[in-house]
Every structure is written in C-alpha cells, then in structure tokens.
Ligand binder design. Structure first.
Ligand code: C5P
Length: 223
C-alpha cells in the first residue's frame, strides 16, 4: 500500500496535534510534531541565555542540538534534546509565548525544515505545523488546513488547562493565541498560510472524531 505524506497546518491551538496523532495511529504512520522542534530550540535558547533576536547565536545553538521525537510505551510522544527528555519543559508558558520569535529566523527554519524533510523521506507520515503544506512537504498527497475561531480555540485550551489542574485565564489565552497567530502569519519566511491545494476544515462546531473522519475520508479517496 502506498505510504502517503499528510500535512496538517493551522493556527495555534486548533487541535492539529490531537487529530494528527489519531490519524497517524489509525494508519500506522509516523507522527511528526514540528512545533515541538521549534519549542525545543526556544527552551534551549532561554535556558542558555541566548538572545532570541540574535539569529547567529541561535544558529550556533541549533547546530549543537540533537532534537529527537520518540514514542514512549504508552504511545505518547516524547521530545529529547541531546538525549535529555524535555517533553514537559517545552510546553511552559514562557516557551509558548516566545516560540514565535525564535521561529521567525531564516537560519533556524532552514535547519528545522531540513531535519523535518529527512524524517518524512520515506513517506507514511503525518506532520503538523504551520508551513508543512506550503513549504516543508509541498508534494504531500494530503494537505489539511484546520481552522477555528480564536474564541473557540481559547475555550478549548482553557478547558484542557483546567482539566489538568493548571491555572488558566481565558481572556489572557485569547490574547496570547491571537498574538501568536499574528506573529506566525506575518513573518517573512514561510508564514502560517493555507496551501492552495489544502483542504480547509473549520473545526469550530466539530468534535475530534468528526475532524479525524474528514481527514480519513481524504485518505481513502486517495487510495
Ligand atoms: O504547534 P505549536 O503550537 O506547538 O507550535 C509552536 C510554534 O512553533 C508556533 O507558534 C510557530 O511559531 C512555530 N512553528 C512554526 N512552523 C511550524 C511549526 C511550528 O513556525 N511548522
């Protein structure tokens, strides 16, 4: 059976990773969370006191970073920097609110994209991010662009935070999500954008299963 490449793009907190993981699991494909890679760089830069606007220093930092995405026994994905598990650390507020600064730099992106393409080389992948359909895997057989209103996305993230027992401020979440979308959409290099040939799915009134089903329909149409 043909091993497809599936690109899932969209704004922050649109449910890309949740849906991408389920689709990958159903198909026995590899799930590649490209946002986790940019988060790993951001976490490392903050920890090493690198100025997030200093592209040359960031590039040097990235060159010394092995970033690994591995599946743990319980199927959850773990992220490693030079063999250190940083899965939790890359999800902090501080990283989330700074990652779009790091991700705007050309040299950081070039390096990440090169690594992402190596990971996807053999096909049989579901990759989620911002520029997968437009730039990383322009020849992906299936491209999806997930959309939902800022309100809806903030509400979902808020509920998720509360269910995990974290503090959460809905209004602040709205602001942060909108700010991240703006930075990601307006940056010069490979901004967040729907690929011309991507299928847009507005998830505002859909649940996870319904979104998964829509993507699986696209997969079956392609078989
Ligand atoms: O997907 P996630 O929200 O974890 O992504 C974190 C950030 O990484 C995004 O806000 C964006 O700045 C950056 N990113 C990117 N290109 C990708 C994936 C993520 O610029 N392909």
């Amino acid at each position: 059976k043909q091993q497809l490449s599936i690109a899932i793009d969209g704004p922050a907190a649109a449910g890309k990773s949740t849906v991408a993981k389920i689709v990958a699991d159903k198909l026995g494909y590899l799930y590649i969370d490209t946002g986790a890679m940019y988060r790993a760089v951001t976490f490392q830069a903050i920890r090493k006191d690198v100025n997030l606007e200093d592209e040359v220093s960031l590039q040097q930092l990235v060159e010394k970073m092995d970033i690994d995405l591995r599946i743990a026994n319980n199927q959850s994905q773990h992220v490693y920097i030079n063999d250190e598990d940083v899965t939790e650390q890359i999800r902090t507020h501080e990283v989330t609110n700074n990652v779009s600064i790091v991700a705007k730099h050309k040299h950081v992106r070039e390096e990440m994209v090169a690594r992402q393409r190596v990971l996807a080389k053999r096909g049989g992948v579901v990759m989620d991010g911002r520029d997968i359909g437009t730039h990383v895997l322009p020849n992906a057989e299936i491209k999806v662009f997930l959309l939902a209103s800022v309100d809806e996305r903030a509400h979902r993230r808020h509920a998720e935070n509360l269910s995990k027992g974290f503090n959460s401020d809905l209004e602040k979440l709205k602001e942060e999500i909108a700010r991240r979308d703006k930075l990601d959409s307006e940056r010069e290099i490979a901004p967040l954008q729907k690929a011309e040939d991507a299928k847009e799915i507005d998830t505002t009134s859909l649940n996870i299963d319904q979104v998964v089903e829509k993507i699986m329909d696209l997969v079956h149409q392609n078989e």
